[in-house]
Design a protein around this ligand. Structure first.
Ligand code: MRU
Length: 342
């Protein structure tokens, strides 16, 4: 899978695997400046909270390449523009703030560029180890609650190497379990309207050789009622201090059904996805995406021409419905208070 790394930086150009074209075509998009990077994030060439953050680091590096001198006011203005590309995934803001802190005392643009590129590589490199650690916490917790040889797992959206640059968060749990021969079947939600599940998660599961079935979101209740699911694993775009979690729209529905049928429900995310400044989910900004994502399939209109759509890209899962939230440090259980614990 290394040939298809979603983010590469070569000869001062950011090269992104175009996730809009997967699984049919493996094409790449080049970003030569911060503006290109903003559009690549906004248009979802690259997506998934951690990869959005990593991409933004290289976008900031490209900014330092463009500047003739370090100008803090201009840097902050451009940084705000980059962050505005996707408002819910807090990793974007987190990484841009990290870069600003990193270059605060640097006066030379070339040095700022080099330091930022190094930081970008380091973050991607660290994510492999971190993802494995947080995934293992969840597997251990699940085994202790429900000892079994093989598990049926349901997941939503895409949380693997395309979203994280390494083994992934929720998909990291699946990979860790697969390596231990502990997966019976993975049910991958199709994930309307952008189809991250049927296009991207199924693509990754196929490459990993994991037994899987794509299902529509509406099948979740049927699957859980019929005891076909042992656990649900999902990622996060932003976790508030009290554990309320913003993730791909439809995640909250799953958590409510899981609670009804007693199915363990886990959230897996790096520390950069935690936003302790938001005390609860009501304070999280939910991104609204274009109506066309719902009303059309590719260029083909599905809904009547006069119909409008409403397209919130994320929803909020109540903390009390989450069995465990894991990051690279630990697994946490309700009630959550991350200001005190992470
Ligand atoms: O709109 P997307 O595709 O960027 O949304 C991605 C998700 O919701 C993921 O589940 C989330 O970013 C976690 S990725 C580890």
């Amino acid at each position: 899978m290394n040939n298809f790394l979603p983010i590469q930086f070569k000869e001062d150009v950011l090269i992104l695997l175009d996730q809009r074209k997967l699984p049919g075509e493996e094409l790449f998009v080049e970003c030569k400046d911060l503006n290109d990077t903003h559009h690549a994030i906004k248009d979802m060439v690259v997506r998934g909270a951690p990869c959005i953050g990593f991409t933004a680091i290289f976008g900031m590096a490209l900014l330092f390449k463009e500047l003739s001198q370090m100008n803090n006011e201009l840097i902050q203005e451009k940084a705000n523009y980059l962050v505005s590309a996707r408002p819910t995934a807090v990793n974007l803001k987190f990484e841009v703030e990290q870069v600003i802190a990193l270059v605060k005392d640097i006066t030379d643009t070339s040095e700022a560029f080099v330091k930022t590129v190094e930081y970008g590589y380091l973050q991607i490199q660290n994510s492999e180890r971190n993802n494995r650690t947080m995934s293992q916490f969840v597997f251990d917790d699940l085994k202790s609650r429900k000892p079994k040889e093989k598990y049926n797992i349901l997941t939503h959206c895409n949380t693997g190497f395309l979203a994280c640059g390494s083994i992934g968060t929720a998909l990291g749990v699946i990979q860790v379990m697969h390596e231990k021969n502990a997966i019976e079947c993975v049910y991958a939600d199709e994930t309307r309207p952008y189809l991250q599940g049927s296009r991207l998660t199924a693509y990754e599961l196929d490459k990993l050789g994991v037994n899987h079935r794509v299902v529509v979101e509406g099948a979740a209740s049927f699957l859980m009622r019929n005891k076909m699911i042992d656990a649900i694993v999902v990622g996060a775009d932003r976790i508030a201090n009290n554990g309320d979690t913003a993730n791909k729209v439809g995640t909250s529905n799953l958590s409510i059904i899981a609670k009804n049928y007693g199915v363990p429900f886990y959230v897996i995310a790096p520390q950069s996805s935690f936003d302790t400044a938001s005390s609860n989910g009501d304070e999280i900004d939910i991104e609204l995406r274009p109506e066309s994502e719902i009303l059309c399939y590719k260029e083909h209109r599905i809904a009547p021409v006069n119909s409008k759509a409403y397209n919130p890209s994320f929803d909020i899962t109540d903390a009390s419905f989450i069995t465990g939230i894991s990051n690279e440090k630990s697994i946490y259980h309700y009630p959550y208070n991350f200001k005190e614990t992470i």
